[in-house]
Ligand binder design. Sequence first.
Ligand SMILES: *Cc1c(COP(=O)(O)O)cnc(C)c1O
Length: 365
Amino acid sequence: MLQPADPKANYLAHADQIRAAIDRVLASGHYILGTEVENFEKEFSLYQSDGFTIGVANGTEAIELALRALGVKHGDAVATVANTVTATVSAIEQIGARPVFVEIDPVTLTMSPIALADVLAKNPDIRVVVPVHLYGQPADMPAILAAAARIGAKVVEDCAQAHGAAIGGRKVGTFGDFAAFSFYPTKNLGALGDGGAVFTRDGKLAGIVRQLRQYGWRERYVSEIHGRNSRLDELQAAILRVKLKHLDAENATRRRLADRYLARLENAKLRLPKVVTGQTHVFHQFTVRTPKREALREYLLERGIGCGVLYPVPVHRQPAFADAGLLLPETERACAEVLCLPCHPALSTGDVDRVCDEILRWTTT
Ligand SMILES: *Cc1c(COP(=O)(O)O)cnc(C)c1O
């Protein structure tokens, strides 16, 4: 059975190094905010270029803490997209802020800068814009930053699916005021449990997030601001330090598998993901589109090929968030049509060929 993601295979690929890292932490006697977290933060900052990384409990809280550090408060408006995991939106709602959904670009399936400019003109009270680098595909950051700057809005990049993705060689997460990463086990950089990080190039903002993640402390036992507990633990940090060393090679494998899919499915009756010139797509998902999505999903499942659907229902159409009046036709169409084919570093070219053979058989019947 081929799976859309395989965190166990990824653990096994690095098992010796991971077990050694876990043993090191167990023997250290230090399990929260020690040298592993500190070193992971340094190493991840270097990976991003130069800046500050703050390890936190998960990706959702990474977004929330970034928004709080930018001063987002109850009742404020925050712009984002609706074809994301609800986590992006729950982070906004944790603060009591109001999500304003922006239409996507039909080709990249990321936030449309044109739609954003329109939304910002109609809602000049929007404090922060949260684009999502969905499926490992960078959003159009230069255009989004320009639109946000026009009304003085800040930008938090949701990088949960795009560790290592880049625009013109510059990593995503280095464009906005803040970036939020998730290390959920299936992400391109995944822990063996929950984890997340906030990245920023602004030392002052980094200091605020550092306080927010631990009770608002600047020094121990003295809360200078209102904070909470959102810490990355030592075990996960030690595991992430191992996995970070393999991230670029694994992203290269994902790209190689994606190239194979693109070449073999060129003439299949499917819409294929587009690699934008000058961008580095890291293929967290290889997402095709067809109006017959459910039929293709069933067909492949019957043949031992499990696919993902990220995401079947846009956030503004989900019961908890329902906004009946809001129409986002491109977003709704994408959610109805997307199918994520197996694409992760444990797959072989032969696996991809098997998926392609089945798809080609399906599209010609
Ligand atoms: C995974 C994910 C999150 C949430 O991360 P958690 O670590 O599960 O809280 C947020 N946004 C996107 C786009 C994600 O894929």
